[in-house]
Design a protein around this ligand. Structure first.
Ligand code: HEC
Length: 151
């Protein structure tokens, strides 16, 4: 559901004027937030796989730049995708995300830094450098998944 559409529903609920409806629609649906973050992460996984394929085929490192940028754009929005009401449901997010927010943030910062290096390596056109940076990036994904994502 688009943000604009959500806003329209909220407005409609306000016009109807029932407190219950107003409360239900004032916040984005937690199930929707979970779906969207999982879709985004799935796309991140696909970008990483495609970059590994570029490295393995000794392809054009520069062709990875748009994929890295798409991942960077997603991760810009990442911290906002874990409100407290998305701990349960169709999610593998572990409670440690909320009980150890500092650790989760540190893992996040590690991935963001690695993606910056990955962008630099891709733009350099050096496919060996891209391979090394992709490996380092992959390690930061694991650093978050091990403590904060259920198997
Ligand atoms: C700071 C933490 C963190 C970082 C960094 C991170 N992830 Fe994740 N990832 C998660 C969490 C939490 C989930 C589970 C989300 C859920 O189920 O709601 C997840 C889920 C996924 C999924 C499964 C999506 C689905 O279909 O449900 C994939 C694929 C994935 N991550 C790939 C990656 C890759 C690739 C990287 C590194 C480039 C990465 N992640 C970095 C925390 C992280």
């Amino acid at each position: 559901m688009s943000f604009a559409f959500r806003l329209r529903i909220a407005a409609a609920a306000a016009i109807i004027g029932t407190a219950t409806l107003g409360t239900a629609f004032a916040q984005p649906d937690p199930a929707q937030i979970i779906r969207e973050r999982r879709e985004g992460l799935r796309a991140v996984g696909q970008h990483m796989e495609a970059i590994v394929a570029i490295v393995q085929s000794r392809g054009d490192a520069r062709s990875a730049v748009p994929r890295v940028e798409a991942m960077q754009a997603f991760f810009t929005t990442f911290p906002g995708r874990f409100p407290a009401n998305t701990q349960t449901g169709e999610t593998r997010a572990l409670p440690a995300i909320w009980t150890d927010a500092a650790g989760f943030t540190a893992a996040y910062n590690g991935a963001v830094a690695a993606l910056g290096n990955l962008r630099t390596a891709a733009a350099s056109g050096d496919v060996a450098a891209l391979g090394q940076a992709a490996q380092a990036t992959g390690a930061t994904c694991g650093n978050c998944h091990r403590p904060y994502r259920a198997r």
